[in-house]
Design a protein around this ligand. Structure first.
Ligand SMILES: *[C@@H]1O[C@H](CO)[C@@H](O)[C@H](O)[C@H]1NC(C)=O
Ligand SMILES: *[C@@H]1O[C@H](CO)[C@@H](O)[C@H](O)[C@H]1NC(C)=O
Length: 383
């Protein structure tokens, strides 16, 4: 009896360990990560595209890692952390770097990229997708199919529009939002017809709260609401648009990151999230430190402790903030990212249609923002 018992427990222990082993090996499949968009996702492409250094190739960019490599941060950016969570053994490389190891994906994003127009010294999203197609022989079709495509773009379009049309009325704004989002739909469709099927799309952040916008529009401690409104109008279209694409496109899978409210919460209640400063940037000059970070001829100010700032420069986040956004993308629940988080999207069987679609949760969010929180732990995983 006793022998039988220990045999059972030996078997049980063996089974347990065996199962654990399989689970950890299947944690997430070894697929690639491809990013598209503007400076937020630029892994250093601008230098290779223009064959010239840019301010972000110089100190104090990359300061926290002692490595100014063309990323708009004091260190790593969101895609580097996502890559790490996916088991990719290095930061996500710039696709345009000649000898880059792109076997687990690459960044096609470039600073100043927009959806409309042909941004000078940059690429619009459509041009980035075409560059991806030029390089497609680097990856097998099935691998592309299972890999992740992250897109964060639109900021430059709305900054440009607001600068050129300061008095645009409601219908002019609406017309512009429609043309921007139509272009986004077209470019995502182009990626889809190139074999991509798993999309992570960022909503735009509260653009009116960027230090560069506060400084240029002289809003003091407030945000420039006109730009926040444009971002909200843009964001309202993203979820329904992708729902439509998933209903009509076989195997089309997506998720939407509510970056607007993620950043707004940190702006309004910065101390709860352990940022001592959220209304000006760490590096630069001017009322909100929003000019000249990295420029050799500007004696720009650099804050003492980068990790206590939500923004590192005029419009980009500190590495600490970038890391917390990556945690949210990868593991948060539907109030932040829906219908799936990135981890769930990666393991979701390719070719299957999605069981859940995006839902409008504006009401829930409103109560969340208004809720004077007593229990916000401020940990990096807090929504
Ligand atoms: C910015 O706006 C101007 C004027 O509307 C336009 O000509 C230009 O193409 C826009 N730039 C980008 C990058 O969209
Ligand atoms: C930023 O916020 C702090 C603390 O709330 C405030 O004292 C300061 O005046 C603000 N800075 C600007 C430029 O509005």
């Amino acid at each position: 009896m006793r022998n039988k018992c220990s045999l059972v427990s030996v078997l049980l222990v063996f089974t347990l360990f065996h199962t654990l082993d399989i689970v950890s090996a299947q944690n997430v499949p070894a697929v690639a990560l491809f990013t598209f968009g503007d400076s937020n996702f630029d892994a250093g492409n601008r230098k290779f595209l223009l064959n010239a250094n840019a301010p972000q190739n110089f100190w104090p960019y990359g300061k926290s890692r002692d490595d100014p490599n063309g990323k708009f941060s004091d260190g790593k950016i969101v895609p580097d952390f996502i890559a790490k969570f996916m088991g990719i053994p290095h930061d996500l490389p710039p696709a345009f770097k000649p000898d880059a190891d792109v076997s687990r994906g690459a960044s096609f994003a470039v600073g100043h990229a927009s959806l409309l127009g042909s941004p000078r010294g940059s690429l619009n999203l459509n041009q980035q997708v075409r560059r991806f197609n030029d390089m497609r022989s680097n990856w097998k079709e099935d691998y592309i199919h299972k890999s992740l495509f992250m897109i964060f773009i639109g900021t430059e379009d709305y900054l440009n529009f607001t600068k050129n049309n300061p008095n645009a009325d409601g219908s002019a704004q609406q017309a512009f939002v429609t043309s921007v989002t139509n272009r986004l739909r077209r470019d995502i469709n182009l990626l889809y017809s190139s074999g991509a099927s798993k999309f992570v799309v960022y909503m735009l952040p509260p653009l009116g709260c960027l230090p560069i916008v506060r400084q240029e529009y002289k809003t003091g401690n407030g945000c420039y609401e006109k730009l926040n409104d444009l971002a909200k109008q843009h964001n309202a279209i993203i979820g329904p648009m992708l729902n439509e694409m998933a209903k009509t496109g076989a195997g089309f899978q997506f998720t939407v990151f509510d970056f607007y409210n993620v950043v707004l919460r940190r702006t309004q209640r910065n101390l709860n999230y352990r940022y001592s400063v959220a209304n000006i940037s760490c590096c630069g000059v001017g009322t909100h430190n929003a000019y000249g970070c990295g420029l050799p001829n500007v004696h720009s100010k650099l804050c003492e402790y980068q990790r206590s700032y939500l923004y590192f420069d005029a419009s980009h986040h500190s590495e600490k903030a970038q890391e917390s956004f990556a945690h949210l993308l990868f593991g948060a629940d539907t109030i932040v990212i829906q219908p799936l988080n990135v981890r769930e999207l990666i393991v979701y069987p390719a070719d299957e249609s999605m069981r859940d679609l995006w839902e409008d949760k504006t009401e829930e969010k409103l109560s969340l923002v208004l809720d004077v929180d007593v229990d916000a732990s401020g940990s990096e995983y807090t929504i």
